[in-house]
Design a protein around this ligand. Sequence first.
Ligand code: SAM
Ligand code: SF4
Length: 369
Amino acid sequence: MTQDLERILMKNDLSDEEIVTLLGLTDPEDCRKLQERAYALTTERMGPNVYLRGLIEVSNICTANCRYCGIRKSNQTVTRYTLDEDVIVGCALHAAEKGYGSIAVQAGERRDEKWIAFIERVLRRIHAETTSDALPNGLGVTLSLGEQTLEVYERWAEACGNPGGLRYLLRIESSNPTLFHALHSTPGRFEKILEHRYEALRNLRRAGYQVGTGVMIGLPGQTLEDLKNDIRTFQMLDADMIGMGPYITSLGADMTSEGMMQKTPLLQLAFNMIATTRLVMKDVNIATATALDTLDPNGRVGGILHGCNVVMPNITPQATRKSYQLYDNKAGTEVGAESNILMERKIVEMTGRTLGLNRLGSSLHWVRR
Ligand code: SAM
Ligand code: SF4
């Protein structure tokens, strides 16, 4: 394999078969070669910086029932919350002070006018209150608020007030229609339809966002062929950013742990998926997922070593973090600001990267478009 692997790793365009080969690597020496190539390509195409997005988990109220998710509507054991407007703006100011050039605003999915107007108002305030000499256009903002209409995406884009730093993350979760259906249907009801998600991603592009998508890795029943098709779908969507991480079981979800992968092979598969996505997609931003830290304390650092160039330190107030439990043992739930300081130190000391402080860190794929 080793000689053939070296040939594959140096190719510009990978065939479907070669992508599957890379995703399925298990020999430690082969995996190291893939990691080194992805890291080198990231340096070459994206530079040495890891960009920071301060993650604010604005609300855990959700009208959807995705079967894998711990905050889905039907989970009665969750204490529901929505952060106050002043608290959210305070978090954004804290991110700006720390030199994070951007924030990520994440919540459950809601489509009522009260919620839409609330987000709009908060975004306007964040833009007005974070614009300074250091950030002349205010903070960059990545929204992750689920499927909405084109009109809503346009309203929120306008409220962000920073067209150069406007992004949206909406994962497709899986490009396999059968798997997507199984993840999103409860008896007698289709919770989500894959085609609607593609439509939402097209609308985000129309509304001017840098478009991010991604999948969960290691879903029960998911094959290497599925993951290869996920990467081909990222290409087809011409994604600017990718956010993907391992699937972790959740006691509050509707899926059992049946078919769940063991920690070590799951972590390796996630790393292979990140590295292979880098080799195929080249100049997109790839975020290292919090879920990687649930598998290994240095999981997110490992993601950076395999081709990620974005990290999302959690800056949500401590009091509500345990209520945003998407999956069991979510990292950062019990710890405060010191864990972000530790992670930033680890990035510098363990990955050879620098922190892209006070920078928007836009997707170069989008910039070059
Ligand atoms: N509600 C919005 C949405 O669904 O796009 C944004 C928040 S949602 C919690 C963000 C992501 O969490 C989802 O896209 C999903 O991939 C991930 N997630 C949910 N449950 C998970 C689990 N059990 N394991 C890993 N990731 C999970
Ligand atoms: Fe709601 Fe998002 Fe969880 Fe689905 S993944 S249940 S939309 S928070």
